[in-house]
Design a protein. Structure first.
Length: 230
């Protein structure tokens, strides 16, 4: 089974400036994703896609990493991860070279090489269309509230409002750690094709750094689960 990993990492970010190279316990944030990919020893090729010279310089320290420079139109807030992934596949002209494409966001530093290995093993055993890392919603979704046209609270799922927590269905959200898909679904920009299996990760390993609060939470989780238990 042959695999390609794509790590999208542009230089611009609004809420956490320069987040992909921001210091995270002595290393740029992207280092944690690069090392998880390399140390898994399950990924045949690993590409970092970026337009940013600092991201490229950090990534270039690893001989296992191939750098693909992305054009300006794929370096804006409006460019999607799937757009970037398709640019990489086009540059590499992969044809039928890879069985699965792994997309690993640089902003998810607590995903580990073990997670990469575990997802690889699911792919090898079951050969689904994809496996996506997810985490359980921290609160039962059936208790969600939204606002009506007057700005007043209303229940999103009133038919389930009286159900006890222990009897409520579990809901999950993709955490940005790993999307592993057959190439055809990357081309179709479909994260969740039929026969996509979940890989469930705990909340603490699922922090996607998008805001300063996320960064502080990731640091707290890393300090407790990694540094304390090292």
């Amino acid at each position: 089974m042959k695999t390609l990993a794509i790590i999208p990492a542009r230089g611009g970010s609004k809420r956490v400036p320069r987040k992909n190279v921001i210091d995270f316990f002595g290393n740029p944030l992207i280092d944690y994703t690069i090392r998880a990919a390399i140390e898994s020893k399950k990924l045949d090729d690993i590409v970092v896609s970026s337009e940013d010279e600092e991201v490229i310089a950090v990534s270039s320290r690893y001989k296992e990493i191939e750098i693909i420079r992305r054009p300006d139109h794929l370096s804006t807030d409006h460019a999607s991860v799937m757009d970037v992934a398709n640019h990489v596949l086009g540059i590499k002209n992969i044809n039928n070279q890879y069985d699965y494409i792994f997309i690993m966001l640089a902003s998810t530093p607590l995903r580990s090489s073990d997670d990469v290995i575990n997802i690889y093993n699911i792919l090898e055993e079951k050969r689904p269309n994809g496996v996506v890392s997810v985490t359980e919603f921290p609160f039962p979704v059936i208790y969600a509230l939204n606002l009506d046209d007057n700005g007043s609270l209303k229940r999103s799922f009133p038919e389930m409002a009286d159900r006890k927590t222990q009897f409520s269905p579990k809901y999950y959200v993709d955490n940005g750690g790993i999307y592993a898909l057959k190439p055809e679904f990357i081309y179709k920009k479909n994260y969740f094709p039929p026969d996509t299996h979940p890989y469930i990760m705990p909340f603490w390993a699922s922090i996607d750094v998008d805001t300063p609060e996320d960064l502080n939470t990731a640091k707290a989780m890393y300090s407790y689960y990694f540094k304390k238990n090292a």
